[in-house]
Design a binder for this molecule. Structure first.
Ligand code: HEC
Length: 163
């Protein structure tokens, strides 16, 4: 009989709590990760903005036999404890990278391998070990060593030997 509260003002705790909850959910989570994904290596110059690139491909003989031999030694020294070279031969490896440019693979390798000491090798050694891996995949050698700077490697497309 004693209804002090006006009907329109009856607090409805359930709905209130729900409204709070929804408000809480609507609040965007603070962004904890930096906007830029993987920071590029700082010890090399930034890649040039892409122009209509004069690209070559791995089929054009972009590494030398001498470089392959160096790469074989690097592989024996720094990779063989965890990898057989055959693991990097064939479609499973080269086709996965096909269409990318060598700088991406180079950078990836440099940032992750050898797994127990990423970045331990020199740029020359990473380039050599890649030349070795490419040669194992039947890609042709040429006159010159494959370069090891990003802007140069960006001009070389990864392709398998026979497509
Ligand atoms: C201590 C062990 C170890 C050493 C040394 C090592 N790796 Fe690895 N490597 C791994 C492991 C483990 C993976 C798989 C990691 C993953 O997929 O996240 C891997 C993955 C890779 C991959 C990717 C494979 C793919 O199919 O995409 C490449 C390429 C590679 N290693 C190259 C090398 C090269 C070249 C060297 C020598 C310079 C090297 N690794 C040395 C352990 C090692």
């Amino acid at each position: 009989m004693i209804r002090k509260t006006h009907i329109g003002r009856v607090p409805r705790p359930g709905c209130f709590a729900l409204a709070l909850l929804m408000a809480a959910c609507a609040v965007p989570r603070p962004v904890t990760r930096p906007a830029t994904p993987i920071s590029p290596a700082t010890d090399v110059e930034a890649p040039l903005p892409s122009t209509e690139a004069k690209t070559t491909s791995l089929r054009d003989g972009v590494f030398s036999q001498a470089q392959v031999e160096k790469g074989r030694i690097v592989f024996q020294d720094a990779c063989i404890e965890c990898h057989q070279p055959e693991a990097f031969v064939g479609p499973g490896f080269i086709d996965a990278w096909s269409g990318q440019t060598v700088d991406v693979l180079f950078q990836n390798l440099r940032e992750t391998m050898p797994e127990n000491a990423p970045g331990r090798l020199s740029r020359l050694e990473y380039a050599a070990v890649l030349a070795y891996i490419f040669e194992l995949n039947g890609l042709p050698t040429g006159e010159n060593d494959m370069p090891n700077l990003p802007k140069q490697l960006k001009e070389i497309r990864i392709e398998s030997a026979n497509e």
